[in-house]
Structures are given as structure tokens and as C-alpha cells.
Design a binder for this molecule. Sequence first.
Ligand SMILES: [Zn+2]
Ligand SMILES: [Zn+2]
Length: 350
Amino acid sequence: MPKKMAAAVLYGKEDVRVEEVDIPSLAAGEVLIRVEAALTCGTDAKVYRRGYHARMITPPTVFGHEAAGTVAAVGEGVSEFAPGMAVVAANSAPCETCEFCRAGRFSLCEDLLFWNGAYAEYARIPARIVQKNLLRLPEGFPFRKAAIVEPLACAVRGVAACRIAVGQDIAIIGAGSLGLMLLQLATRQGARVVVADRKQGPLDVAMRLGAAAVVLADEGDLPELLLDRSPGGRGFPLVIEAVGRVETSAAAVAAVRKGGTVNLFGGCAAGSNLTVDLQRFHYQELSLIATFHHTPASVREAYRLIVEGVIDADNYIVGEVGLSQLPGVLADIAAGRRIHKTIVLPRSAK
Ligand SMILES: [Zn+2]
Ligand SMILES: [Zn+2]
């Protein structure tokens, strides 16, 4: 076993360096995985732009949280995993003892434990995640396809919370990877989905993945264009916002019909405020809901969808790079030049 590895280290705002660092040592219950494939995520691009993440990351640190790999070593007391096994880890695990966990609201856990460090040759998975959210992959299953388990688990929860009916008309705002996952899960439940985005490229993918129609719109005219596409021009019974901006959240509220539901699925920055016409909200009995993150159950459902080939990560993957190219890729995502996911191969010479 080598002692050193290559890893991307986040130092601060737009400062990521690929360096040689120590391979993490293991405490009891922990597992070291050799990362075979990591995927970029919009959250990592946000972290790159801001230089930190309030709940997940304080620099300098390794980061990245979507990865699949091979078990390289196990800590004391680990019996379910052994070196050589192919695995995928979710990026967190709840405590299962706090008030929220006891009520089954695992994404609201007061002690949600995060794991980071996917952009490295090796990654240490904390004991609690090993116990609750490390899953063994079938022999030979492609690592890059498995690595999508975390975002897909969030999408699984987002769609489940919306209680979609067969034949229901839905609008999804945002055709990023998560918007597309929401689209595929909603159409599987029999919904007729209209997808809106500012860029044509992602909308072409949405059409290929089963969107009934797409709306190419800037934020300004988005509500009007969505209403035009809604049944009878009266709005959609369900609108899912998958961007995480005030303007698109406002458009979602504008495009929902009487008695309808808006799911604010995208996460906005602190201090983002949305103004809602409360008269309309009350007399039209609108529902505003939000779903954040995943739970051990939605992680398992996402795993099943991936392994059974229902959801194929390749639909959201736009390229493949080695670690050295990661800083440039993150800059591209942060600037909106690269919308979907890039595979990062930590042991590639690229
Ligand atoms: Zn992610
Ligand atoms: Zn908890």
C-alpha cells in the first residue's frame, strides 16, 4: 500500500490545487476506497466559487462527494466489506437518534455527517456512512454509472414528495443533471413533463429523455412562456424548481395553477428572499414545499434504479478528465460553460 496519493485540495475561493498528500489512515469502522470514478456536481462548483460550504467544507481540504470505487483497506471491526469489493458511498449519513431522525426526517438530522474527498486517488469513508450508506456494487458494474447515486437519491425524494398522479401535467424549471433526473423519474410515474431552461443544449437532452415539450426562456419571460405551455393556459398543477434562484422560484409560483404545488427543489444562497402574493396563495390554496438532500431509503431506491439500468448516468455525463484538469472543469461549471457532469478519473495521467 502506497503512503502518498494525488488529490485535489480546495484552499479557498477559486483556488483548487492538485497535490500529493498522505493517504488517509483508518480508525475503527472506517473504509478506505480507491476512487475509480468521481463525478462533478453543481454543489462542488458552488464550493469552488465561494471557497467553502457552510455545512460540508472548511478549507484547506480534499473535496468532491460523488464517487464509486474499490475497497482498498478496512478499519478494525468492519466485517461487511473487504478489500477488492466494488462500492458506492452516499455523501452523508444521519445519526438516527435525534428528534428529527426519530420522526423519520433523516435529511433534517441535527448531526448529519458528511464525507468529502472524491477528487483523490483514495478516500476515507467515516464509520457511520460505512454502516448506513455504503453499498456494494454488482461485479463489473461501471463505476461512473454508480457514482450518480447521491444526486439521484435527492431526486427520488423530490419526486416522491410531489405525489405525482398518472397523466399529471408538470413543469420542471432547470435542465441540469438534477432537472433531468427529476424529469425521468416523473415521466416514469406517468406525468407529462414540460422542461424549461435558458440553454438549448440541455433542453435537447430533456427531449431525448422524454420531455413532452421544452421552453427556452430567460428568467424575465419564463412565467409567461410556461403559462402558454400549460393546460388551457391556466398553469401547472405541479411545478418543480431545480435551479436554486429567486427568479426561477418566482417563475415557479407564477406558473402553478389554482390548488397546485410548487416544490422548491433547488437550494438558494442564504438571504435569498421570495415575494409571494398572499391573497392568491390563500384563495387559490397553493402549496409551497421543499425537499433537501436524501435519506438512507432514497439512497437505496436510487441504487436500485441505477443497478437495474432504469436511470443511466451516461445521459448526464459530458466528458472525462484526470485530476489535473479538474480546476478548469470547476471554473467552467461555475461560469455556466459546462452544464452536466464530468467524470473525474483520479488515477488517469490526463
Ligand atoms: Zn452532488
Ligand atoms: Zn439525526
